[in-house]
Design a protein around this ligand. Sequence first.
Ligand SMILES: Nc1ncnc2c1ncn2[C@@H]1O[C@H](COP(=O)(O)OP(=O)(O)OP(=O)(O)O)[C@@H](O)[C@H]1O
Ligand SMILES: [Mg+2]
Length: 558
Amino acid sequence: MPLYKKLFLFTGRRVIGFVLAGIALGISLFAVELAFAFSLQAFLLCLNIALPSSAALPDWAKNWPTSGVLGFILVVGFARALLNWAVIYTQGAAGEEFRFLQRTRILRWAFHSESVSSWEVMTLFEPRVGGGMAAVSAVHGLTVQLTCALMILWALFWISPVLTMAVLAVMALVFAPVRSIDKKIVEAATGQTQALGYTNHRLMMSLRNLLLIQIYGTQSLEERHTRESLADYRHHALRLFKVTGLKYAIPQFVGMFLICVLTLAANRHAHLSPVLLVTYFYLIVRMLGAVTGLNITISGIASSWPEASRLYEWWEKRSFDGPAAAGKRELVLAPRRGDAKPVGWRLDAVTFTYPDGGRPVLQDLSLSVHPGQVLAITGPSGSGKSTLLNVLLGGLVPERGQVEALLPGGLSLPLEAFRPELLPLIGYVGPESFMLEGTIRENLIYGLQRAPAQAEIESALAKAECAFVEDLAGGLSYRLTEQGQGLSAGQKQRLALARALLRQPKVIILDEATSNLDSDTEERLVDTLSRLKGEMTIVAATHRKALLRIADHRISLQ
Ligand SMILES: Nc1ncnc2c1ncn2[C@@H]1O[C@H](COP(=O)(O)OP(=O)(O)OP(=O)(O)O)[C@@H](O)[C@H]1O
Ligand SMILES: [Mg+2]
């Protein structure tokens, strides 16, 4: 696909629409400036400062009454105000539409990909998208100003080709220094991006591990590292201000210089009447204004380029290549049938390797677990227990071998086809308890399609050994803060199990779900699970012995 098409897809139709509106706005701004520049001549005639013969105006305009001229200038001023409003609005809208589109893409990717790091998502969400947005707004500004500047240049040529050539020559002289300033801007902005990335990363890591840092006594070390990268950021930021400031200054100086030189030249060589010279100068000032704007927007593009191009690289790699790279297809879960039955699995010579993983995590693995049975998966850390669970859930698809779901009555189906019906049957407790800010009740009914009766909640809590809930102030209304703070790790695991049981699951998947429990509580839980056996299939990845005693099958990964 050609680059322009890719860019079009990346940016989105609405954003392109707003950017192209910039051309129309640039032409309209030019028309307004031109009208004002010539109405200045009529105004000078009204004030008797100039003779009608010296004005470059049609006869009807030379005889305009003062009130007519002032009225016209008023209308022009109003049109100009309106156009400026439209420029500001469309510029903001182009950036915002871009931000919304990209953030929507990032969200989709984050929730539908196999593995993403929260750090990567947050970096894309803020600095990358922010940079892209700034670049889009700058491109919009560029469209407006470039159109306006080129149109004014054309008008200047029309009034006096000689003087305008001189103007262009002076502008060409400053082109080289301006280009070198642009390079410095890109350098400073890249340094800024890197320093910001490092600061955020280090700070986030430190805050997540504050306890460890306090125990190891490395607070000052962490503080120093973060401060150093902050200082690095400041250094680049100050450099950026310095060089962008220069870009503001150059056109101002060139403008003054041009006006002095041109007045001389106009008198000696171009033979323009003073009235026309006023129009010419007004247009020059306006063009320089647009060129200054252009300069600044080019700096804006240059400084946001590093972030914007990283965002583009991400999009090109993840999403442009098609659905496989963009993440998995949207999973449409089938509504659960009332008479749902437990489900088992048959794996035949399954081999699975992570895309960037090198060696296979699972190799030629075969196993079968019938509906209602208990499968225990053991093995050292990193041996592939969680990976196997994910294969059983259809979240990971092996590159070789077959995975089938076993249904009661000896029926079997390829897992991929059965997955939408399988997931609503599953109660899952993972190694990290997923607890939200909210009440215990809200946490328990998370993801549930119905409102369970109080008795049902109490029964699930009892089965999951959650008697501690009664002792909390407010019981089920007790509020957890961020990440479930306010409960112990074992209490959170038990709540997660109660949540899983409330789904009335036909399969329970436990990934190190009892790792934080004392052995008495764990034994009691295993007793409960053994009573549920038959009614549901239980698959548990565990380092601990307790669950092994109720297992029908045991598989040890190496
Ligand atoms: N998303 C991933 N991308 C690449 N490699 C991965 C990914 N997830 C896990 N791995 C690798 O696959 C191997 C198995 O990981 P897995 O999480 O299945 O182990 P585990 O047996 O569950 O370990 P633990 O007992 O510590 O939870 C490890 O070597 C791990 O580094
Ligand atoms: Mg694991």
